[in-house]
Design a protein around this ligand. Structure first.
Ligand code: SF4
Ligand code: SF4
Ligand code: SF4
Length: 343
């Protein structure tokens, strides 16, 4: 489809405006500090059995299609009930525009027992990946139109698709490779975990924690999650501990034998700190965490880089705006055609 002169001028003017309105660092709490009501998730890989209930319920809570035990007729329904017939089985192996949360596995040699520490020989561990809700999110800092924002009270990093014009600079900036893009859609959006912000606003909390049967994923105030994580690191392997289930501040507990932890809470310092914290029995680089991610605040890295390559931003902004114009035109054309068919 050709873009006519009017469209070209429209997108050029838009891109020009974007370029003159230079990106500003996103609004957040003072550097390195937790927002006052910061909420997050603690994932303890030594408790995770790889059941993927978190993945399935993440999809249901966010009305995303596909995924283990997915059935299109019940997608988005809560509570969830299967219709007659077999569900469709599908296990995504990575984050994508349809998968905001993914469980991956690490196995070394004969390791078979989930949560098996590498200190005891062959290791086996699951790991749950989704947005870490960084204290200083690089994605927020580079977004020229504030489509991504860190909420000043909860610290949740949210996305507003009505602001986004598709430059996808957030994808390049995120040190954890989290944001996905809906390439398959005529009018695409960036997709990532928003910590079930919509459920939290209505008194609920993250679906991946609510439906985790073992307490491997728990939701709560970040300061409580940090204390809980440090408490676990002080436990002795082999003793029993009443692990909280679903929420760190809830009454539900499960008695479990304490595994051998790697003596580190991932996310306390990495990338300037995150609101999604991890414990594991296997070193974090083996679980897929990039060892090149340091404790440095990532917007600093990004801005050092960006300030030296303004042409890169310009190119991305113009390309993103052009893409948006084209896709919106395509979508309008499809809609118009659809209306014609229906009549
Ligand atoms: S993990 Fe990536 S997408 Fe999530 S807040 Fe941090 S920079 Fe943004
Ligand atoms: S917090 Fe919500 S959106 Fe994020 S991974 Fe968990 S269920 Fe999915
Ligand atoms: S985090 Fe919980 S729900 Fe997800 S796979 Fe592990 S045990 Fe299952």
């Amino acid at each position: 489809m050709a873009i006519n002169r009017r469209d070209f001028l429209k997108f050029s003017a838009g891109a020009g405006l974007m370029l003159t309105a230079a990106p500003t660092r996103g609004q957040a709490a003072p550097r390195g500090e937790l927002p006052p009501d910061a909420v997050g998730i603690l994932y303890d890989a030594t408790l995770c059995i790889g059941c993927m209930s978190c993945m399935v319920n993440c999809k249901k809570a966010n009305s995303e299609p596909g995924g283990a035990l997915y059935h299109k007729e019940t997608a988005g329904q809560i509570p969830f009930e299967y219709p007659q017939g077999d569900p469709i089985y599908d296990a995504p192996d990575n984050l994508s525009s349809k998968t905001l949360c993914v469980i991956k596995a690490y196995r070394d040699g004969d390791g078979e027992q989930p949560g098996q520490s590498e200190k005891g020989g062959p290791a086996f561990s699951f790991v749950k990946q989704h947005c870490l809700h960084c204290l200083e999110p690089a994605c927020v800092s580079v977004c020229p139109v504030a489509a991504l924002q860190k909420q000043p009270d909860t610290g949740i990093v949210t996305y507003n698709k009505n602001r986004c014009f598709g430059c996808r600079y957030c994808q390049i900036a995120c040190p954890f490779g989290i944001p996905a893009y809906e390439w398959e859609k005529a009018s695409p959006s960036v997709v990532k975990c928003q910590l079930c912000n919509h459920r939290y606003a209505q008194g609920g909390y993250s679906a991946c924690c609510e439906f985790c049967p073992t307490g491997a994923s728990i939701f709560g105030k970040v300061k409580d999650l940090r204390e809980e994580a440090k408490r676990r690191l002080a436990l002795k392997p082999g003793e029993t501990y009443a692990y909280p289930v679903k929420r760190v501040d809830g009454d539900e507990r499960t008695e479990q034998v304490v595994a051998e932890y790697v003596n580190h809470v991932y996310g306390l310092e990495e990338a300037g700190g995150t609101q999604y914290l991890f414990l594991a029995g296997v070193s974090f680089d083996k679980l897929g965490f990039n060892p090149r991610i340091t404790n440095q605040v990532y917007p600093d890295f990004t801005w050092d880089y960006v300030s030296h390559v303004p042409a890169l931003i310009g190119t991305l902004l113009v390309a993103g705006t052009a893409l948006r114009v084209v896709t919106q035109k395509l979508e309008k054309k499809n809609n118009d055609a659809g209306k014609g068919d229906a009549s």
